[in-house]
Write a protein that binds this ligand. Structure first.
Ligand code: EPZ
Length: 419
């Protein structure tokens, strides 16, 4: 295993290119199951979750070629095994996204129940109920979901709770259903818009993506296509906070401010100067200490839960007291005990963490637990005095492409070393 060693205290300055979005690339890779031919993807991020998805698709009979120009040709049009094995699914919850496409294309699917993870139990009841509304017969036994159908039939779906991947699962299934499906209380994340843009270029008939009502008119088949994955707004937000927490000035290339307004406005409230154009965003903290900012997470377009832990690190050294409330996941506070070991003054009250900003944190030996909590520890280590080591960095590699290389480009003193 590897760990990161960070010598904190250096203001970050420079330019970094934002990679393709993990949470757009994953559903789009599973959408390749729906196509009658290969999908060619560009701007696909080099992440372990992408590798896991490719391994899962290969295990089911898919093939892929990664070109020297980083374009990825994925052909999952003729699966020979309609089963997602536990050993692969357990490492990545998003594997549940194979269910809808397999059911729609092959009329059957068997997929391991994705376990919970550090941030919560993360059930899949909304996925299963919605697929049953389209005519799927679903049983769960022995830790596996078994789904069959004679033919999926379009229906009105009302999600009692907004769910990103449940919305993605049902809209992929509905592309090959007979008739029209209308999804109410759909998630509105930009990653869903990117998935739908790819599906439309494959021949799907979908309207309303990015709003709470998405309509899908079933078609008989979908073809292969080429698609460029949208930028990762959470990676982008994480690097903006890296600039803010170290008092530096950084520019993000290949970042879309349009999908980051909630993050940008909170950073401006914290005292950052932020300018942007169509392809880049520049944050300048001008050496100042951030101001404390209250944050409450909720579904897009509001402040994203995937940025909560990172903002907690920023508030830990901010001037003043603040409250961060997490409304999406029941246990997304695994970063708190670790930040506290660096001297952060954090108190958890129900689903709200009260932060009393301190002038500086002190480096410590830390343990990463989940993807975004790990990012929060890296950010704290960049700002802390002294040395911070972070073990189990495989959590980070799930969602951040070569994080230490990109941070070094910005002037950070950070190394990845073998445990
Ligand atoms: C997606 O997870 C993202 N993952 C998560 O990003 C993100 O945090 C989350 O959406 C919320 O924005 C991918 O897109 C691959 P949900 P997802 O269904 O779809 C409950 C990251 O760090 N729920 O929107 O699994 C659920 O427990 C990851 O990149 C049910 O109760 O999240 C949660 O409380 C972490 N039953 C809430 O809904 C269900 O069937 C929202 O979860 C489904 C969800």
């Amino acid at each position: 295993m590897y760990k990161l060693v960070i010598k904190g205290g250096t203001p970050l300055n420079g330019t970094v290119k934002i990679a393709g979005s993990k949470n757009a690339a994953l559903p789009i890779l599973f959408a390749s199951i729906l196509a009658d031919g290969p999908l060619t993807l560009t701007n696909t991020p080099h992440l372990s979750d992408v590798s896991t998805t490719l391994r899962l698709l290969m295990d089911m009979g898919g093939e892929f070629i990664l070109e020297s120009d980083n374009s990825l040709h994925i052909n999952a049009s003729k699966l020979t095994k309609l089963m997602g094995e536990y050993d692969l699914v357990k490492t990545m919850r998003a594997s549940i996204l194979a269910l809808g496409p397999m059911l729609a294309k092959y009329k059957e699917a068997k997929i391991s129940l994705p376990g919970g993870c550090a941030i919560g139990t993360r059930p899949v009841n909304l996925h299963l109920k919605a697929l049953e509304s389209l005519g799927a017969k679903i049983t769960v036994e022995g830790g596996y979901i078994y789904a069959t159908t004679d033919q999926l039939i379009g229906a009105d779906i009302h999600f009692e709770q907004v769910s990103v991947t449940a919305t993605e699962n049902i809209l992929m299934a509905a592309t090959l259903a007979q008739g029209t499906t209308t999804v109410h209380n759909a998630a509105q994340e930009p990653e869903i818009v990117d998935l739908v843009n790819c599906l439309i270029s494959m021949g799907a008939k979908i309207s309303g993506a990015g709003t709470s009502v998405i309509t899908i008119q079933g078609v008989s088949n979908l073809s292969g296509t080429s698609h460029s994955v949208c930028p990762d707004r959470i990676e982008a937000g994480t690097y903006l906070i890296a600039g803010a927490i170290t008092g530096g000035k950084i520019t993000l290339k290949n970042a879309r401010h349009q999908s980051m307004q909630a993050i940008i406005s909170k950073l401006q409230e914290a005292g950052a100067t932020i300018d942007y154009d169509d392809q880049s965003i520049t944050l300048d903290m001008k050496g100042k200490r951030p101001k404390a900012v209250n944050v409450k997470t909720s579904a897009y377009p509001n402040f994203p839960t995937d940025m909560q832990a990172q903002f907690c690190a920023l508030n830990s050294i901010a001037d003043g007291q603040s409250a961060i409330t997490e409304t999406i996941f029941e246990n997304r506070f695994m970063h708190i005990p670790e930040l506290s070991r660096m001297g952060a003054k954090l108190t958890l009250e129900g689903n709200t963490v009260i932060c009393k900003g301190v002038k500086s944190l002190t480096g410590a030996n830390l343990m990463a637990t989940d993807l975004r909590a790990s990012a929060s520890l890296v950010l704290a280590g960049l700002a802390a005095t002294g040395i911070t080591t972070i073990e189990r960095v495989y959590h980070l590699d799930r969602g951040y492409e070569t994080i230490e290389e990109k941070l070094k480009l910005l002037g950070a003193q950070i190394e990845r070393i073998q445990d």
